[in-house]
Design a protein around this ligand. Structure first.
Ligand code: UDP
Ligand code: MG
Length: 215
């Protein structure tokens, strides 16, 4: 089979609560695009039913589904980098598993790429994050723009699309500490951003969740 036009890379860590909902929205959204695609799930050492659910989904849609299994928990960055190693698409979209960013927006990112951009970031239309998180994010943005000249309106949003050239540069860099979207941006020649819906998801973040549950 020839390489797909689009690879969607999704890191998965203990996402059993949301995976069914993700499957039921992601596959129809991609089927509707009429572009040849593959979805590469990277299971980052989940200790819940996530790997079993990924196996089941692979059996349902083997022609477009690939699953990479880590034997431990190495973090989101390593999971995405592993997805980049395995994916074959001419374009690569990263997406969180927890539905904080709607999979239905992938088509909009790809349409923006069709205009000639090699990097398309996304800006969440209606941020549902708590106030301190918005403030911290603004402060980080100002600092980064001063230090690196990287302009990224919404750095917390992992829904992004990269051209094959950018993904190959990321792989070759062997960088393990830099935030992937920022590193990718530094390799981009013609970056762009699109506005996407933001759903808040199951949680604003693992950190806020653990603080609130222990309070
Ligand atoms: N994730 C992962 N390994 C981890 C933690 C998270 O692969 O050790 C995945 C997680 O399943 C999700 C994405 O990375 O698809 C973002 O994680 P999370 O939603 O916890 O982060 P936040 O919303 O705070 O950015
Ligand atoms: Mg999240």
């Amino acid at each position: 089979m020839s390489d797909p036009e689009v690879s969607v890379v999704i890191p998965v860590y203990n996402e059993e609560d949301v995976l069914e909902a993700l499957f039921s929205r992601l596959y129809p959204a991609l089927d509707a695009l009429g572009r040849r695609y593959e979805i590469v799930f990277v299971n980052d050492g989940s200790r819940d039913r996530s790997p079993a659910m990924l196996r089941e989904q692979y059996q349902r849609r083997p022609e477009v589904t690939r699953v990479v299994l880590f034997n431990g928990n190495f973090g989101q960055h390593m999971a995405i980098m592993a997805g980049f190693e395995y994916c074959r698409g001419a374009r690569v979209v990263t997406l969180d598993a927890d539905l904080q960013n709607p999979p239905e927006e992938i088509g909009n990112l790809l349409a923006k790429m069709d205009e000639g951009h090699d990097y398309v970031g996304s800006i969440r239309r209606r941020r549902q994050d708590v106030a301190w998180r918005r403030w911290a994010s603004k402060a980080m943005n100002r600092l980064r723009e001063r230090l690196t000249h990287i302009k990224m309106t919404d750095q917390g949003c992992m829904l992004r699309a990269y051209s094959r050239d950018i993904v190959d540069a990321l792989k070759a860099s062997r960088e393990v500490s830099t935030y992937i979207p920022a590193l990718a941006y530094s390799y981009a020649q013609n970056p762009a951003e699109v506005e996407v819906a933001h759903e808040g998801g199951r949680r604003a973040s693992r950190n806020t969740r653990s603080t609130s549950s222990s309070a």
